[in-house]
Design a binder for this molecule. Structure first.
Ligand code: HEM
Length: 418
């Protein structure tokens, strides 16, 4: 395995291959936090690619770990439904947030159609110079020769600025977006459920205010205006409005953020690849999807069976929870050559599962790729090398493969930096 702490990985490998198969539980957040989940997935792919875990913190669930099986589940959305939620964590019954990622056709399709234009080629072209300018400013302010946290100074700041742009959100208040996003998926430590809900309702009211201003104005190219004018979204009840807003905040935030951090880590772990892209920045176009595959920021999506079905030699029962582990599918050697390695110049770098597959395939995928391309173009213009100085701090979650902190040092600016 190419990444992670080697002795911890060896211990995990021993454990993965000595634990009885039926007792393996790949949903443990601790293993993602220590980056030691890989051998468990490897064993499941080889020995039990459709695997039942009877007991876990999240109840019983099926794991789908091979690339082509994940594609098969994603494309059979009549049997594998999104309506009961898309994460292994159950939603609270008294605080459900409908959002189109957790809907089936036809409602899913109608709502997705409303916001899809935000990522049309002409819109991406309009966004690119803004993102480039903002990325440049953030990078120009970075200290030279000092250790600092790349996650906060670069990854979070850049993605937050982009989100504020997409929503046409008050720019000075943009860290509210980061806060609500973190609150939705990860950072609720020390808060009661009531406190979290109250904060999320503040988010709803804040956006409702913006919505009210935009719905009476002419249709514009920001996400709030699109939802406010869209035929299938303009009359959403408050909770559905909040759900879809949170989907767009989270969808565009954690994912791109962790790809920016993960890319830097990958280049540090593969110095030859770093040297290649430094010598030939045109490789960035090929590097971006490889970063997204290697990082796999969304580790899994969940479906729920709507009827009994034979799948991979097993009987999945109606109502069973089915977890598609993208993080494993992206390391499946029967679909991707030498999948553990970070390689620039793969023939088909966009062949990966990090954006999912089928009708829910990430609507923001081209936007995310463009953003990462621009960021790396601007980084390489300015800094020949950025060193990750110690092991990053990872999030304890089997849903998001995320970094909370990554200490880096920039030894010097490029001689011809802009
Ligand atoms: C590297 C960055 C990103 C990754 C890895 C990522 C990953 C994903 C994944 C795994 C899904 C679910 C796919 C499935 O169920 O088949 C998804 C859906 C979605 N993503 Fe992204 N995403 C990224 C960036 C973005 C951005 C920038 C946006 C922008 C606004 C966005 C908005 C969405 C939305 C709205 C959905 C729901 C689509 C649907 O249900 O039809 N994502 N994304």
């Amino acid at each position: 395995m190419a990444d992670g702490n080697l002795s911890a990985l060896q211990a995990a490998r021993n454990e993965a291959y000595s634990t009885p198969l039926e007792q393996i539980d790949v949903s443990l957040g601790e293993r993602f936090q220590t980056n030691t989940m890989w051998p468990f997935f490897e064993r499941l792919r080889h020995e039990a690619p459709v695997h039942y875990c009877a007991n876990s913190e999240f109840g019983p669930f099926w794991s789908i770990t091979r690339y082509h099986d994940i594609v098969a589940v994603e494309t059979n959305h009549a049997v594998f439904s999104s309506a009961a939620g898309v994460s292994i964590v159950e939603q609270a019954e008294d605080f459900t947030l409908p959002m189109f990622i957790a809907m089936d056709p036809p409602k899913h399709d109608a709502q997705r159609k409303v916001i899809a234009p935000i990522v049309m080629p002409h819109n991406l072209q309009n966004l690119e110079p803004i993102i480039r300018e903002r990325a440049g400013k953030i990078l120009d302010d970075l200290p030279i020769g000092e250790t600092f946290d790349w996650v906060d100074r670069v990854s979070v700041e850049l993605t937050t600025q982009m989100l504020a742009t997409l929503f046409d959100f008050p720019f000075d208040e943009r860290r509210k977006l980061t806060y609500w996003s973190d609150l939705t998926v990860t950072e609720t430590e020390g808060m009661t459920e009531q406190e979290v809900r109250a904060e999320l309702m503040n988010c709803a009211f804040y956006f409702q205010n913006l919505w009210n201003q935009r719905k009476d104005g002419p249709p514009a190219n920001d996400l709030i205006s699109m939802l406010a004018h869209g035929e299938s979204t303009r009359d959403m009840p408050l909770m559905e409005f909040l759900g879809n807003i949170l989907l767009l905040i989270v969808g565009g935030n954690d994912t791109t953020r962790n790809s920016i951090s993960g890319g830097l880590l990958a280049l540090n772990q593969y110095p030859d690849e770093y040297a290649k892209v430094r010598a030939d920045p045109s490789l960035i176009t090929n590097m971006v999807p490889e970063i997204i595959r290697w990082q796999t920021p969304v580790a899994h999506m969940r479906r729920t069976a709507t009827e009994d079905i034979e799948f991979g030699g097993k009987t999945i029962r109606k109502g069973d929870k089915v977890i598609m582990w993208y993080v494993s599918g992206n390391r499946d050697e029967t679909a991707i050559e030498n999948p553990d390695a970070f390689i620039l110049g793969r023939e088909r770098p966009r062949q990966h599962l990090s954006f999912g597959f089928g009708i829910h395939r990430c609507v923001g995928n081209r936007l995310a790729e463009m953003q990462l391309r621009v960021v790396w173009e601007e980084i390489l213009k300015r800094f020949p090398f950025i060193e990750v100085v110690d092991e990053p701090v990872r999030l304890k979650s089997s849903f998001l493969r995320a970094y909370r902190q990554m200490n880096v040092r920039i030894p010097a600016r490029a001689q011809d930096a802009p």
